[in-house]
Design a protein around this ligand. Structure first.
Ligand code: ZN
Length: 434
């Protein structure tokens, strides 16, 4: 009896250990990261054939891991478009007064805009004391046609923004905004006549998104994400011109894939979403599109993973969390690691503003406890955004341990017992000292 019982116990213990070690192993980590950062993927630049290959690889891995496509989707690719815009002509008259083109900024992905009826156009303002870019970001979330009066005190920001758009002419699908620099004589809008013509070229992009439905709380989402795009081909150094982006962010993408395999065997209470984002290096296009495909109120937490390839400032088996003081996401993760040798620290580089520089920022602005986990010593990482960000420069063992720690730190959030506090954007910025 005892022997049978013991054998059973040993077998059970062995299979548990084997399973948790096997599913996040350094061999698997090496296989995945080496593929993503290979020269064959040509640096995974958005709009290049290389990123298509990377997406196909991630799709295959999600399939093998047994993930399901995101709700209602046919496959793992989340397709969308950006639009390259070349303005042809702008003709705007408000209250019978014709505006000069220099005082008008059109933000639309439409080839043609014709507004000539009253009541069809909403009216908004960028006031003198507003943060110009925050306000524009807000207005772009709206739907429909809007004239935005920009206070004359914002003239400098208006000109800079106009200049910026002329150099970077990519537009997402969004509201039609027409920004107009306000004159002292301008009053509320009584009539609008607008004729805009633009040359529009649609450019395809794709996130790769899969999920494991939650067993008891399927309407509560926990996101694991990383961006899989990088810089592509850049200026050559010693005959190498491929920016492989092994650390940035093949390492994070590897973590997302490894976590998909891992959690498949742990029947989560909440729905887990695994997202590989495109277009991060061009302005978080993928994360922004993704964030509009779900209800932020249902997202309980976001683990965004960015550059975990090298040893962190605090030594082996450590990582840091951006925006640590903005919710209790960090303390929850730390609590789940109490019995581990691994330690999560607050972001030691608050001056780098990393919280707003990665794909967590879009959902964080909407109140989601969305944070980025990283190990990068960003203040002295000489390989960052160079052709030398290659797998050979990374510590596979440390990456593997970091992914295991993320899995362990997420336990009470995944099983539904912990719910991090929401982020309030008006809280003061980081005061945490390294
Ligand atoms: Zn990155």
């Amino acid at each position: 009896m005892i022997r049978i019982w013991l054998t059973g116990f040993v077998l059970l213990a062995f299979s548990t250990v084997a399973r948790s070690q096997d599913s996040i192993s350094s061999g698997e980590v090496e296989r995945i990261i080496t593929t993503l950062a290979s020269d064959e993927m040509q640096g995974r630049k958005t709009f290049s054939p290389g990123i298509d290959k990377a997406a196909s690889f991630i799709e295959q891995e999600f399939e093998k891991a047994g993930l399901q496509p995101w709700q209602g989707a046919k496959g793992f690719r989340q397709n969308f478009y950006m639009y390259r815009i070349k303005p042809v002509s702008v003709d705007l008259t408000i209250n019978n007064e014709k505006r000069i083109p220099d005082d008008v900024i059109v933000q639309s992905s439409a080839g043609q805009l014709t507004w000539n009826q009253e009541g069809q156009v909403a009216e908004q303002h960028v006031k003198a004391g507003d943060n110009f870019y925050e306000r524009i970001r807000e207005l772009r979330q709206q739907k429909g046609n809007t004239i935005v009066w920009v206070d004359a005190a914002q003239a400098e920001a208006f000109r800079q923004y106009r200049q910026y758009l002329q150099n970077s002419n990519l537009m997402a699908d969004s509201a039609n905004l027409v920004l107009v620099l306000q004159q002292p004589t301008d009053t509320a809008i009584r009539s609008v006549n607008l004729e805009v013509r633009q040359q529009v070229t649609p450019l395809p992009l794709f996130n790769v998104v899969g999920m494991i439905p939650g067993s008891s709380k399927p309407d509560e989402y926990v996101i694991f994400s990383a961006h899989y795009d990088h810089l592509g081909i850049i200026a050559p150094v010693e005959q190498d011109s491929i920016a492989n982006g092994a650390d940035d962010d093949a390492s994070g993408t590897t973590a997302v894939i490894a976590l998909a395999y891992y959690f498949r065997h742990h029947s989560p209470a909440r729905t887990l979403v695994f997202a590989a984002f495109t277009g991060e290096e061009m302005g978080s296009y993928g994360a922004r599109y993704f964030s509009r495909q779900l209800d932020p109120a249902k997202v309980v937490a976001m683990f965004n993973i960015e550059m975990i390839g090298k040893e962190a400032k605090f030594g082996k088996n450590t990582a840091f969390i951006t925006g640590f003081e903005r919710s209790d996401f960090g303390p929850i993760l730390q609590r789940n690691l109490e019995h581990s040798v691994f330690r999560f620290h607050p972001d030691p580089y608050p001056e780098q503003n990393l919280f707003f520089r990665s794909d967590n920022a879009t959902l964080a602005r909407l109140g989601v406890p969305a944070h980025t986990i990283s190990t990068d010593q960003i203040d002295k990482d000489t390989l960052y955004h160079t052709v030398n960000d290659e797998v050979e420069s990374l510590d596979i063992e440390n990456i593997t341990n970091t992914i295991k720690a993320i899995a362990q730190s997420a336990v009470s959030i995944v099983n539904g017992t912990d719910t991090p506090t929401r982020i309030e954007m008006d809280k003061p910025k980081s005061t945490v000292k390294p």
